[in-house]
Design a protein around this ligand. Structure first.
Ligand SMILES: [Zn+2]
Length: 555
């Protein structure tokens, strides 16, 4: 990759100019189908690149008024763009031969549009804009956290390392501080979510759905599975994984000689202290280059270009939005990685994870049609989570050779522990949207009941706010990306299969992985899974092999 982030630019879309460009596209139909499809795809890439830049710059500094104004313009324009695209997709599906569309923009694209056109109507344009505004309010509220701790003022990312300190008192104090922030803002967090739930339910009803769940699945472009498949998979997690995690936590409790394992003990996965990065930001990036050099020439060349071109923003700083993500500029195919390094193992997890997304996006850049650039999120998370596991043999470069085995073990345990939590977050959202008129207190009670099913070991001690069912409010996906969460657990089921395969055949597993990245979004989820020779998470017993091997590997 030979590009510079500073050169990435796209014109700011304005309502009138955009309308004129779409009108010109429509005027060229039905005469010039290939030309119109190509011009439309180019226009979509341009708009998409601008949107990505606006969202990225706001995340880089949520306090910058100019960045905020651009993000607000992006929020206002998103439904306008969606309106134009929906109209175009409807017309193409009605008037143009499928073979011609498949030829120009890929065979999977029209199947996606059939789904997309059911998720938008001008009647919900205002609601979509309001949804973005509420979501930005949640992001800014959390990004603005100024938590006094150990003589400093920290944001939530800055507090995280203390929550996994080897010192039990420090971990406890960090959780007291963190949940103090949520308790202080609990009323506002409830209000934002209450408005989001009712708004989303209202949009679904306007589109002819009984509730938001069906619409959410279509918004996520889930073409080849539904809520019943997901419910079956969650049961698999309860039956296969919950008992194993329970045993692992019990083992940890005994090893430390604690009478009870408290919530603040869950983050200390390694009894000697969770191994973290062996060096600072710059050292980590240098070591990562060596790692990719040893793994695969395509990964190596790609990462060299990302670092040299300025497509990484990984340091935590005040005002920066929390979390990590990968975005991309489809005009040039370049991806960008955003993270908040804090000196813990999460830096490595986030880095290898987002690198997987970025690499997939880059490998897919020449597939025809914007719709094939990314697969659905459940498939996209296979690329990211599998790279977390495929870097295992070389992870000593990032954490130090002496810590490598402890890191691998910790990563495997934390992945297993994640499955019940991820399924709980998903189940919660299904319940919330089945009862959109529930009160905030009833929602907290729903979470508590599900927590008892998926994480029966949870003991909050004196942490009152999460003990009363408030833990979900720290999970940004629930607010900002509804129903985007089971995706991580479905993908993890596939990533664990890559882990299994790589333990027997590292080169074969890596080659299969790179090939899967290159197939991008050219197939629906289970099609992509099958194309890589993986078992679908919806197949009975899909987690059994991984759970058995993990248990053996962990002793
Ligand atoms: Zn991801």
């Amino acid at each position: 990759m030979d590009q510079r982030f500073a050169d990435i630019a796209a014109p700011r879309p304005e309502p009138e100019a955009l309308a004129a460009r779409y009108a010109a596209l429509h005027a060229a139909l039905p005469g010039d189908v290939p030309g119109t499809l190509a011009a439309w795809d180019a226009l979509r890439r341009e708009t998409d690149a601008w949107m990505a830049l606006a969202h990225l710059r706001f995340s880089q500094d949520t306090t910058d008024p100019a960045a905020r104004a651009e993000r607000e313009h992006a929020d206002a324009m998103a439904p306008v763009v969606q309106g134009h695209d929906t109209t175009m997709k409807r017309r193409l599906l009605a008037e143009v031969d499928r073979a011609a569309i498949a030829q120009a923009l890929g065979a999977h694209s029209p199947a996606l549009w059939e789904c997309d056109i059911t998720t938008f109507d001008p009647a919900i344009a205002g609601d979509l804009e309001e949804e973005s505004r509420l979501s930005a309010r949640y992001t800014a509220l959390l990004a603005g956290a100024k938590i006094p701790f150990a003589g400093q003022e920290l944001n939530l990312s800055g507090l995280a390392p203390f929550a996994e300190s080897p010192d039990r008192e420090t971990r406890h104090a960090a959780e007291v501080a963190r949940w103090g922030f949520f308790a202080q803002n609990g009323a506002e967090l409830d209000e934002i979510y209450d408005r989001l739930v009712k708004l989303r339910h209202g949009m679904a009803v306007k589109l002819g759905d009984a509730d938001f769940t069906a619409l959410a699945y279509r918004r996520m472009r889930r073409l080849d599975y539904g809520p019943l498949d997901v419910a079956r998979y969650r049961r698999e997690v309860v039956e296969q994984v919950v008992p194993l995690v329970h045993r692992l936590l019990e083992q940890r409790r005994r090893r430390h000689g604690w009478d009870r394992l408290r919530y603040w003990d869950e983050a200390l996965i390694d009894p000697e202290g969770n191994p973290g990065p062996a060096g600072d930001h710059d050292a980590l990036l240098g070591a990562a280059q060596t790692m990719f050099d040893r793994m695969d020439p395509r990964l190596a060349g790609f990462f060299r270009g990302m670092a040299a071109g300025g497509f990484l923003d990984l340091r935590n700083r005040p005002g920066k939005a929390g979390g990590g993500f990968c975005t991309a500029f489809p005009t040039t195919g370049a991806p960008f990685i955003f993270a908040n390094f804090n000196g813990t193992h999460h830096d490595i997890g986030v880095f290898t994870h987002e690198m997987g997304h970025a690499f997939q996006c880059w490998e897919s850049r020449d597939l025809p049609g914007l719709d094939q650039l990314w697969p659905g999120m459940e498939a996209a998370e296979i690329h990211s989570m599998s790279l977390e596991f495929l870097t295992h043999p070389h992870i000593g470069l990032l954490v130090g050779e002496a810590e490598a085995e402890r890191f691998r073990r910790m990563h495997l345990i934390s992945s297993l522990c994640f499955l019940p939590y991820g399924a709980c977050v998903d189940h919660f959202q299904h319940q919330v949207h089945a009862y959109p008129d529930a009160t905030p207190a009833e929602r907290h009670a729903m979470w508590q009941r599900l927590e008892a099913l998926y994480m029966p070991w949870t003991d909050y001690g004196d942490l009152e706010y999460p003990a009363k069912g408030g833990r979900w409010q720290a999970k940004q996906h629930i607010y900002n990306s509804p129903f985007y969460y089971i995706d991580y657990t479905l993908a993890l089921c596939c990533a664990l299969q890559f882990w299994l395969r790589a333990r027997r055949d590292p080169e074969g597993a890596l080659a299969e992985y790179v090939a899967l990245c290159g197939r991008g979004g050219s197939l629906p989820f289970q099609g992509l899974v099958a194309s890589a020779g993986l078992a679908s998470p919806f197949a009975p017993g899909a987690l059994a092999d991984a759970v058995r091997e993990a248990e053996a590997a962990l002793g």
